[in-house]
Design a protein around this ligand. Structure first.
Ligand code: SF4
Length: 321
């Protein structure tokens, strides 16, 4: 079996935005020519500021949103040729807010078992057995089978959301900010649980996160997005030790350190995030870039391979990706 779970080639997603009755429409390029390969067992983190396109890209990879151009394969098959039920068996999401993603009127057992019903499983004993096995896997006691979401803590609810995603034993999990709605004290428990489950079930994760500490803790590779483009991609240890793209450098420097004597770091991101409907010419990052050169405002950089990493910036040559 191939090791490649997801291969995205030149994936683009445009939205048509109305600007009022007399001003016509403009195209918002939410994802712009992204190339990505995710191998079995990898944890790929998508990072970048709000509006950079990471959630749109994740929805495309989940099959929830068609791409405007480009192609995606899932386990070697074009994603748009995978029947919906099979897609739901292979790829499952975990959303950020366990408070709103669980139906308050359904018991924990029926919430976790619902994806089995959707897949056509009718044997209620088989469903109960699988739900209890999965509850055990995510650290939920089986006595909570008949409880309701409002009787559970935030951490337990996120475990229910994880159990629901895993009950049909998918291969790829897309986690959108999996810990951002949780207390700091339970965040690391959930991250450790996700890591353990990955090893136990040989899962592949795509994690969307603003939190670089979460990314460093759990991801094996990181893809940095800016205005719909993938600007840097590297192994997590490499990216945190030697970030190459000026945007990645600024993102890492923008993380406040717990050491008060170091003060507020210089983020180098002085100018505000550009309007995605009207992105700057050339390199879209140039108005905020501390290392911008004259050609950066007129000429978009091509991607360059640096060993196993990828970076899109004029500082690193202009070979084609
Ligand atoms: Fe900065 Fe130029 Fe590189 Fe863009 S291409 S990140 S503006 S140096």
């Amino acid at each position: 079996m191939s090791d490649v779970m997801i291969n995205a080639s030149n994936v683009t997603r445009n939205f048509s935005i109305s600007r009022g009755m007399f001003r016509g429409k403009k195209t918002l390029r939410a994802v712009n020519g992204v190339n990505l390969t995710v191998k079995r067992g990898e944890v790929l983190a998508l990072v970048g500021e709000s509006g950079c396109g990471k959630t749109t890209l994740a929805k495309i990879l989940l099959g929830l949103l068609p791409q405007t151009a480009g192609s995606i394969t899932l386990c070697g098959k074009p994603i748009n040729e995978v029947p919906r039920l099979e897609l739901a068996r292979l790829v499952q999401p975990i959303f950020q807010d366990p408070y709103s993603s669980l139906n308050p009127r359904k018991s924990i057992g029926s919430i976790i078992g619902l994806p089995m019903h959707v897949q056509g499983v009718e044997d209620s004993h088989a469903i109960r057995r699988q739900v209890e096995t999965t509850m055990d896997l995510v650290g939920l006691p089986s006595r909570l089978f008949g409880s309701y979401p409002n009787q559970l803590s935030g951490g337990q609810r996120q475990r229910v959301a994880i159990a629901r995603a895993l009950v049909n034993r998918p291969q790829v999990i897309v986690c959108d900010e999996p810990t951002s709605a949780l207390d700091v004290s339970v965040q690391s428990q959930i991250l450790n649980l996700l890591s353990d489950l990955r090893k136990e079930l040989n899962l592949t994760y795509i994690i969307i996160s603003h939190n670089l500490a979460v990314v460093e803790h759990i991801a094996t590779r990181v893809a940095v997005m800016y205005l719909g483009r993938l600007v840097e991609e590297a192994k997590t240890t490499e990216l945190f030790a030697r970030p190459q793209h000026p945007y990645t450098v600024a993102l890492l420097e923008s993380v406040l350190t717990p050491e008060p004597s170091l003060g507020i770091p210089n983020t180098q991101l002085g100018a505000s995030y550009p309007n995605p409907i009207d992105p700057p010419n050339g390199c879209a990052f140039h108005p905020r870039c501390a290392r911008a050169m004259p050609q950066c405002s007129t000429q978009a950089p091509n991607g360059t391979r640096l060993g196993q990493a990828f970076v899109e910036c004029h500082l690193y040559g202009d070979e084609s990706h």
